[in-house]
Design a protein around this ligand. Structure first.
Ligand SMILES: [Zn+2]
Length: 203
């Protein structure tokens, strides 16, 4: 086992508690992962309540995504693997089923553009409100490998993004640490709620 498994698993447990307090992982929804020092991936076991996690609810995957024990990793493991493969600097991924992301079920548009918000500075590389942050919305799909292919194709063809929404489902954020990605999740949910209250859900 990697030297830093316990540290990383504890960070994921604490992230679950924080996101649950924010109402972003209702029921047993959401999944989290982080990269270990040896290149393996710590990820939440499928079906666990994210507000009540212990480190026993975090399992280890080989870099190719195969499980190192008999337990079943998150059903959305393929989306985590796509992000780690695409971005070598990414070390943590959080996927909440937040209220704002869920509300996109009613929308037909394929992106949200956040601009002029001071809180955009919570994201890496942004140091002014005078910027535009584009968050694509991908249609939900129960076939996770197919959805991962859609995300990968989008990323190959478009400007870099900091997060994406799966329509009516949740969003994905990634960063270089659990602490950073938790900040991104909290900021994104706040901004999406502000945006939807201002513009309405259908615009
Ligand atoms: Zn999900």
């Amino acid at each position: 086992m990697s030297d830093n498994f316990h540290t990383v698993a504890t960070q994921l447990v604490e992230a679950g508690r924080a996101l649950h307090e924010l109402g972003m992982v209702p029921a047993t929804s959401g999944n989290f992962s982080a990269l270990l020092d040896n290149g393996h991936i710590a990820i939440t076991v499928s079906g666990r309540h994210k507000g009540k996690l212990t480190t026993d609810d975090i399992m280890i995957l080989n870099p190719d995504g195969s499980a190192m024990d008999q337990r079943k990793p998150s059903a959305e493991t393929g989306l985590h693997l796509q992000l780690y493969k695409r971005f070598p600097s990414v070390r943590a991924i959080l996927h909440p089923h937040s209220r704002a992301a869920t509300q996109t079920a009613a929308m037909t548009k394929d992106k949200i553009v956040l601009q002029n918000y001071e809180l955009l500075k919570a994201f890496g590389g942004i140091n002014t409100h005078k910027t535009k942050m584009l968050v694509p919305i991908f249609d939900n799909d129960q076939d996770i490998n197919r959805l991962a292919g859609v995300v990968e194709s989008y990323m190959q063809a478009n400007e870099p993004i900091q997060a994406y929404i799966i329509r009516g489902h949740g969003f994905y954020c990634w960063a270089e640490s659990v602490e950073a990605v938790l900040r991104h999740c909290e900021a994104l949910e706040f901004l999406l709620q502000c945006e939807f209250q201002t513009t309405g859900l259908t615009r």
